[in-house]
Structures are given as C-alpha cells and as structure tokens.
Design a protein around this ligand. Structure first.
Ligand code: ZN
Length: 198
C-alpha cells in the first residue's frame, strides 16, 4: 500500500469498510473513482452525505424514509391493523414489489442471535410492542427462515399471543436459510398467502 499516495491509501481504506468489499475490490473502486470526472465524484460524495443527513427511521414502522412517515405508513389505502414484521428495509422492499400485500410493516433492523450477542433489546421489538397497544388484528412474522429468524419469530409469538392478537408466520415456500430479498415475487406471495398461525 506504500506505493500509493496517502490520498489513495485513505480512499482505499474508507471503501474497504463497506460490506463485501475487500482490499482488492477497494483498490479497483478507488482507481475507478479517480478516473471519473470531477462532477461525477462530487455527485457521488454528495449522494452519500445527503442520504445520511436526510434519511431516518419512519416513526411508525422504522423503515428508512426522508419524511416523518414512510409512504406505506402514510397511505390511507393500507390496512393499518395488519403488521408484517421483517428484519430489514430490503425485505420490506421485496414484499412491496409483489404488489399483493396491503397491510403495513414493522422493521426490526436485525434478528435475535444469542451466538452473535444480539438480544431482543438490540432490535426494534419494544417499538413493535408499543404499536400493538393500538387497534391491531394480526402480526405476520416474516423474518428469515434460518436459526435467527426462527428464534425471533418464536420470541415475538410468545409476546404477542397473550395480547389476543393473531400471530402468523410466513409459509415455508421460502427456502430454509434463504434471504428474503433474493426470493422471487411469486414465491414471496405464496409464502404470505400460505402463512400459518403460530
Ligand atoms: Zn413506515
């Protein structure tokens, strides 16, 4: 790395902090950026800083939005009594792409993982429980079909059932260990339709 100027070294270091980007990829990206026009690099840098500055959690469902409420939560067209619980905003986007779900969401921003030291207090579970004090008829747990997702689903079920609210889990049309965001829309819709009570 000492072959490069400190500016390049710094850029490579910053880029290699991104997930899935090793040093080699970071170097490739750094040189690509150096070959961009000045306008392009300014646009890239500004997109990063302005997204960071203006995007925050929806105060209802905790997905990312630049308004107070996200488009789903602010829509009168949606069924606000039905809440689908997902692990992250990408899963929400995957279900939105099916165009078949008319309820609202709750984004946990993670899943319970004793192995990784992630407990119920580290995800947006308390926020979900607060929402359930309102008029809610069903909680659909659409966490991933893996150990963490299943642990989280069981935990949620135990909390929600005593409130007399229906709790369901998406069907196993979703392959075990599958990340929701990579699954096609038809499969996601079938998993939703075939959900079973917990
Ligand atoms: Zn929202």
């Amino acid at each position: 790395m000492e072959f490069y100027s400190s500016h390049i070294t710094n850029l490579v270091e910053q880029l290699s902090r991104l997930p899935g980007i090793g040093v080699k990829s970071a170097q490739r990206l750094a040189f690509y950026i150096l070959n961009m026009t000045e306008d392009q690099t300014i646009a890239l840098a500004e997109a990063i800083t302005s997204a960071k500055k203006n995007v925050h959690y929806c105060k209802e469902c905790y997905t990312y939005t630049d308004g107070e409420l996200c488009p789903v939560c602010s829509s009168p067209q949606r069924n606000h009594k039905q809440i689908m619980v997902v692990e992250n905003p990408r899963d929400l986007a995957a279900y939105e792409k099916t165009g078949k779900y008319d309820g609202v969401y709750h984004v946990l921003h993670g899943a319970i993982s004793p192995m990784a030291g992630i407990g119920p207090q580290d995800i947006k579970l308390a926020e979900l429980m607060t929402r359930l004090q309102g008029d809610i008829s069903e909680v659909i747990v659409a966490t991933n079909k893996n150990l963490e997702g299943d642990t989280t689903a069981t935990y949620i079920s135990k909390l929600v059932k005593p409130l007399g609210i229906r709790v369901s889990r998406i069907a196993s049309g979703v392959p075990a260990g599958g990340d929701l965001e990579y699954i096609d829309e038809v499969t996601l819709y079938r998993a939703l339709e075939g959900r079973t009570d917990m």
